[in-house]
Design a protein around this ligand. Structure first.
Ligand code: FE
Ligand code: FE
Ligand code: ZN
Length: 258
């Protein structure tokens, strides 16, 4: 993965810890881990961002669903200790008619059971579009999870999600960054998922589009990658592209950076 990243001009990458729809993870291959760590440090690649499977729902209404999320996440975090200093991003969950408040309590309770102080991996909450009963649809909901979790958490800001969530990063990027800082605190912002959106501001849909081809648009991305509070952060693409497409988007975004 590190070589693939390098071949398209990337110096960071995100990967799924296992099949994005869930299921068993491959056993750890220690020699492979060694090769990766060496390659990554020689080529200055990182931080790497692990993404939990989409199917995990720590806020699910059924105990079986919540238990599955807990078992998988605990196992992912244990495995990530083989690549120290990585970050682990997850979708907080969907409360499924229980209400956001109950969802927030369930998510924090799970994190308090599985996060160990000795872990070197920082867990990130991803800002969500608010599709269905998704928790994490506002900066306040993300903050509420952080407030109830003993271990420090970081945040991964997804540009498509917050746009769909109603944060106008096209006309008022400074205002959105200020709200993030006031409610969550910019020091907790550790990663950006840089995606355009197929839908309008506040649509609560979550359909990613290629950079510059959606409703956010290239001019807004130029302001995003150059924003003083954002430009030093690692950016991860999750656009509907193949490898060649990613290579072109990385070149495009680097070209926008002043
Ligand atoms: Fe995600
Ligand atoms: Fe994302
Ligand atoms: Zn998304």
């Amino acid at each position: 993965m590190a070589q693939t990243a390098e071949s398209i001009g990337a110096n960071v990458f995100q990967f799924f810890t296992r099949n994005p729809r869930g299921g068993a993870a491959k056993p750890i291959d220690k020699a492979d881990v060694e090769r990766f760590l060496e390659y990554a440090s020689e080529h200055d690649i990182g931080p790497i961002l692990a993404h939990a499977p989409y199917t995990l729902n720590a806020a699910g209404a059924e105990a079986r669903v919540r238990d599955f999320a807990e078992v998988v996440m605990a196992d992912d975090l244990k495995r990530l200790e083989f690549t120290p200093g990585a970050m682990y991003n997850f979708h907080p969950g969907s409360h499924v008619n229980q209400g956001a408040k109950a969802g927030i309590e369930l998510i924090a309770a799970m994190l308090n059971r599985i996060l160990k102080p000795e872990y070197s991996t920082l867990v990130l909450l991803e800002t969500m579009a608010g599709k269905g009963s998704e928790v994490g649809r506002s900066f306040e909901e993300i903050r509420a999870i952080m407030d109830r979790t003993e271990a420090p958490l970081g945040v991964c800001l997804d540009t498509c999600h917050i746009w769909d969530g109603g944060y106008d990063i096209v006309n008022d990027l400074d205002g959105v960054v200020k709200r993030f800082d006031d409610i969550i605190g910019l020091k907790h912002l550790k990663a950006i998922h840089i995606n355009d959106s197929m839908n309008n501001l506040g649509a609560h849909k979550d359909r990613h589009e290629k950079i510059g081809k959606g409703k956010i648009g290239l001019e807004a991305f130029s302001r995003i990658v150059n924003h003083p509070s954002l430009k030093e952060l690692p950016f991860y693409l999750e656009t509907p592209c193949d490898l060649q497409g990613y290579k072109e988007e990385i070149a495009l975004l680097k070209g926008l950076a002043k």
